[in-house]
Design a protein around this ligand. Structure first.
Ligand code: TXE
Length: 484
């Protein structure tokens, strides 16, 4: 077992720049997904802690934090990005141990977190309003103002990346944040809060309250003093968050995952596409909101691609996170149960390939053999539902219209990719695919912190990342001066 590089006490909440025990005094276990062993305890924050965190955030807005200029906020974010990089080994080890992701994938997440701090640090003093030509005797301009206290509920699959995109943008625009990380993976959220304080972030500008979704999470969404909610997670919980936000007439950004298609035409460069087709499905053991988990292939090359995918997926190595193989365990026994349940729906002829789990994997770990599924009707639940495990599905199509119909034929619409040498076809599909991001002859654009991201349909609404997130974290005020 890896010794956790903890320089803070994870069983405490972080409120107003102070570490303290949760009000209820209870803690929750941190379970290593690679072994099933308990490796730490985190706080079980409750409504009282959430109330205290909101008090602290309000005090920060009324005090040092609210008085800072945009340039000063940006400078703190730059410093924070530096500290993230300086602590990259520790952060990567914490994330790999907590989430179960292979170490190199956790290291990429550290770099992404630092990039968000840099991007939003640089953007802080570049977000401007505009002047609007209007009637004679008027000068009209707009101001972009922070909402105030913002609530952030994040999942366990990419804690660092989601903290970066959400907290980074909210702090850059001068909001004060209350973060409720997922009970399955809180360690890097707490580490980040400590680094933010080291970077000079005033007390109360970022508060972290770990706890259960139904307790701390629900308390945060119910609080009328929270003036914006960002949520990343399941559709079912996203609906509850939106309903709670509606009670308080609060704007909400929802990112709810997907079943994103990768559309492969017969003129695609398969050598280039293959690593993306595989990786977009199995990265982070498939527990990725933007996983490209539906490969749609033109029937003329179906058998060739099926054979190549089968070979690549069968060769994937599964190991504990710190052994840094291709695929680690799933985050929890519960998540493994969900994925096992999906796989149980597949008939033997639908399992086109499956990697072998090596001997000697720790018994308590949540390992799933990477699997390629095929011979599925497009409306089969395995081809419709977010499985959130290392499972790829292969579905044939006849022509461009058929590809678009199947690609758009789920309730989701987060991202999509098109693999084709035909420029006209790329442009046609880019317009017609239902998705918040479309990738032409690539997948994911290596994360792209600069690129607006979010879904349509049940994948959610609102945009994160890039400059778009800054608009979401501000309220626009129009000032009309009549001076004659
Ligand atoms: O999600 P939840 P779960 C999908 C994926 C996965 C499924 C279930 O398909 O199999 O969701 O995962 C907090 N009020 N995604 O159960 O419940 C919770 O504490 C307020 C896709 O983990 O949505 C955690 O912090 N908050 C996804 C966060 O919501 C509540 C990433 C997410 O948990 C709450 C994760 C409540 N009533 C899962 N209940 C993606 N888009 O990437 C829970 N929470």
């Amino acid at each position: 077992m890896t010794d956790l590089p903890l320089w803070f006490d994870p069983s405490q909440v972080f409120i107003s720049g102070q570490w303290r025990a949760p009000a209820g005094g209870d803690t929750l276990p941190v379970v290593d997904p690679s072994t099933g062993a308990e490796i730490a305890r985190i706080a079980r924050g409750t409504e009282t802690d959430i109330t205290d965190a909101i008090d602290a955030a309000e005090a920060a807005l009324a005090g040092d934090w609210g008085a800072m200029t945009a340039a000063e906020r940006g400078r703190i974010l730059f410093k924070l990005g530096d500290l993230v990089l300086q602590n990259s080994d520790a952060l990567a080890t914490l994330e790999a141990s907590d989430v179960g992701k292979p170490l190199k994938q956790a290291k990429n997440d550290v770099i992404a977190l630092a990039r968000y701090c840099e991007f939003y640090g640089g953007a802080a003093d570049k977000l401007t309003g505009e002047t609007i030509p209007f009637n004679a005797g008027f000068t009209v301009y707009t101001l972009r103002e922070p909402h105030g206290v913002t609530g952030h509920i994040i999942p366990w699959n990419y804690p660092m990346q989601i903290i970066g995109r959400s907290i980074g943008a909210a702090l850059a625009t001068g909001n004060a944040c209350v973060l409720k990380p997922a009970e399955e993976a809180c360690l890097t959220a707490l580490a980040f809060a400590d680094l933010a304080q080291q970077a000079g972030l005033p007390a109360g500008a970022l508060n972290v309250v770990p706890g259960l979704g139904v307790e701390a999470g629900a308390a945060l969404t119910a609080e009328p003093r929270v003036r914006h909610l960002s949520f990343t997670g399941s559709v079912a919980t996203g609906k509850k968050v939106q309903i709670a936000a509606a009670e308080n007439i609060v704007p909400v950004t929802l990112e709810l995952g997907g079943k994103s298609p990768q559309v492969v035409f017969e003129d695609a460069d398969l050598d280039k596409a293959l690593p993306f087709l595989v990786n977009a499905g199995i990265q982070n053991a498939g527990q990725t909101c933007s996983a490209g988990s539906r490969i749609l292939v033109q029937r003329s090359i179906h058998d060739e691609l099926a054979a190549r995918l089968a070979e690549a997926i069968s060769a994937l190595k599964v190991a504990p996170a710190m052994d840094d193989a291709d695929v680690g365990p799933l985050v929890s026994a519960r998540q493994k149960g969900i994925v096992d349940g999906f796989l149980a729906q597949a008939t033997p002829d639908q399992i086109l390939a499956q990697a072998a789990l090596p001997d000697g994997l720790p018994e308590g770990g949540n390992y799933i053999a990477p699997t390629l599924l095929g011979h599925l009707a497009p409306d089969h639940s395995l081809a419709q539902d977010e499985i959130f495990g290392p499972v790829q599905t292969l579905i044939p199509f006849e022509d461009e219209e058929d590809a678009i119909r199947i690609a758009n034929g789920t309730k989701y619409g987060l991202v999509a990719s098109v693999w084709s040498a035909d420029g006209g076809r790329q442009m046609r599909l880019a317009k017609r695919l239902h998705a918040g991001q479309v990738f032409l002859n690539n997948y994911g654009a290596a994360g792209g912190v600069e690129l607006p991201f979010g879904g349509v349909g049940h994948s959610g609404h609102g945009r994160e990342k890039g400059f778009e997130a800054l608009y979401a974290f501000t309220a626009l005020k129009t000032v009309a001066a009549h001076h004659g």
